[in-house]
Design a protein around this ligand. Structure first.
Ligand code: F6P
Length: 496
């Protein structure tokens, strides 16, 4: 049901039927005007246009960040080096659709991938599990990310090997966790009596490195490509989102893309003062400068969105957790720490600190208007969930005086309320695209390149000689170029 403008609260904005209420940000009209003027001065509008036009906004890797093309269901041409990428994108959609109709007799899917190759599809599968109108084909969808074999052991305990399909998801197809887990799953298929033909039929890959997937043993026809202009953490819109289509149907996957596309169209065209991702970015930008905030929380009042904060952590902190700007100069501000979990559970954990701690931590309260199940208790429970959400925001904003200092709530703790009409594939897509676009805006305001992640590489490099030292079982390792004295002592302890 479209939102009626007469009932929209003050300080609120809507797009795609999603309501953003910033009333508790404590930002007055002149300050909003100042923030918007600053955004215009820093050429935010031009940045948004450049992002969608395929300009090389990822300056360090000299390429565009065009994940929006993956949800461009209208197939408006998107040019990279004068070539429209939409025919290639649409060809993958057709292959996904065909695969969905062909997908029979499958009891288990093991989706192997980590980081951006895991969070998005895992979040979507969980978030949509409550939608009673969606059938899940009675198929188990397992996610295998960690190199720790606990996850693997749990999965193979309940999966039926002969009717299992394996999707190896890795943009680079070089990620150690993913390739080692893929080898372990192939070994399990063999141990379970699958012959080479059956194994070849069971293996699928989603990657931007097709040769590596084929070299691994995935048949050419089973490789679903995506492209280097799609960042790993922005890849759920590509065939990385295959589990969504396989589990809930191609239509549902398209609805997910449609919600994101609608949010993109809003982001591209709405004036800054009505633009949800921009307003959210400016609010955080302001709180950081005014209160020196170093963290913020995203609290979805929907159990189905419990994975959302984890997805958001990678999005925000991998995108904008940087110390230098696009020109390599030091920056004063960049991504705060992001954390969160489903409300009202979160209230019984760290909300004490949010109310009375010494730090101000802005919060995004994310609520859903409709109850989340068809249980007879659903309406009553949902009312309590919403009351809790509204009450927490009010208490945080207004505080409470008391004669006993221990009972004082200081208040002035800023928050947003985001209200989705319901939680289905469409609004999930809109929600994720809202946050992706917000992260891009924040990057632009901080003048940070939000589309690379050089900071994740060094640890991976150091892990290699350390792994070698652990494998040697020696307990007399001494400090060397890649292993310092502290780590050498730890290795010696582990090896003794
Ligand atoms: O190490 C970080 C990272 O590169 C993320 O950016 C990415 O989402 C993840 O690893 C997985 O990478 P890939 O999809 O190439 O396996």
């Amino acid at each position: 049901m479209p939102l009626e403008s007469s009932s929209i609260p003050e300080n609120s904005h809507t797009a795609v039927n999603v309501l953003l209420d910033t009333a508790y940000q404590g930002i007055d009209t002149p300050t909003w005007a100042h923030l918007l003027a600053g955004a215009r001065q820093s050429k935010l509008e031009q940045f948004i246009a450049d992002l969608f036009a395929g300009k090389h906004v990822n300056v360090s890797e000299n390429r565009p960040a065009l994940h929006s093309a993956l949800r461009n269901l209208h197939k408006t041409p998107v040019l990279i080096d004068d070539k429209d990428v939409m025919p290639a994108v649409a060809a993958v959609w057709s292959r996904i659709e065909a695969l969905c109709s062909d997908w029979t007799g499958v009891t288990d899917v093991i989706h192997i991938g980590i980081g951006g190759s895991d969070f998005g599809p895992r979040l979507a599968i969980e978030a949509l599990a409550h939608v009673t109108s969606l059938s899940s084909r009675g198929m188990r969808m397992h996610f295998l990310a960690n190199i720790d074999t606990a996850e693997l052991a749990r999965i193979v305990k309940c999966a039926e090997a002969k009717s299992t399909r394996v999707i190896i998801v890795s943009k680079s197809f070089t990620t150690l966790e993913t390739t080692m887990n893929a080898k372990a799953v192939v070994a399990w298929l063999k141990e379970s009596g699958c012959n080479p033909g059956q194994i070849a039929d069971a293996l699928y890959a989603v990657t931007a490195n097709t040769p590596a997937a084929e070299a691994f043993g995935v048949a050419q026809n089973n490789v679903y490509p995506f492209w280097d202009w799609v960042g790993g953490r922005y890849s759920v819109w590509s065939a990385v989102g295959l589990p969504i289509a396989l589990q809930y149907g191609f239509e549902t996957f398209q609805q997910f893309l449609a919600g994101a596309e609608a949010m993109d169209l809003h982001f591209k065209s709405a004036p800054l003062e009505d633009n949800l991702p921009v307003i959210m970015a400016l609010a955080l930008f302001h709180q950081q400068r005014t209160h020196g905030i170093t963290s913020y929380a995203a609290i979805p009042y929907a159990d189905a969105l419990d994975w959302f904060p984890k997805w958001l952590q990678q999005l925000d902190m991998e995108s904008n957790g940087k110390s230098v700007d696009r020109d390599g100069k030091p920056v004063q501000f960049s991504s705060p720490v992001v954390f969160g979990s489903a409300g009202s559970n979160a209230q019984h954990s760290y909300f004490q600190m949010l109310h009375q701690g010494t730090e101000i931590i802005p919060i995004d309260f994310i609520a859903v208007r409709e109850p989340m199940s068809d249980r007879p208790e659903a309406v009553a429970h949902h009312r309590i969930l919403l009351s809790n959400c509204l009450a927490q925001a009010q208490a945080l904003a207004n505080g409470k005086a008391a004669s006993n200092p221990n009972d004082v709530y200081p208040g002035q703790r800023p928050s947003n309320l985001l209200l989705l009409p319901k939680l289905n594939a469409f609004y999930l897509g809109a929600l994720l695209a809202l946050y992706e676009n917000r992260a891009a805006c924040l990057g632009a305001l901080w003048n940070i390149n939000s589309f690379d992640q050089p900071g994740v590489e060094y640890g991976k490099v150091l892990a290699k000689p350390i792994e070698k030292a652990l494998a040697s079982h020696a307990n007399d390792i001494v400090a060397s170029e890649h292993i310092d004295a502290v780590t050498a002592a730890r290795i010696n302890f582990l090896n003794s």
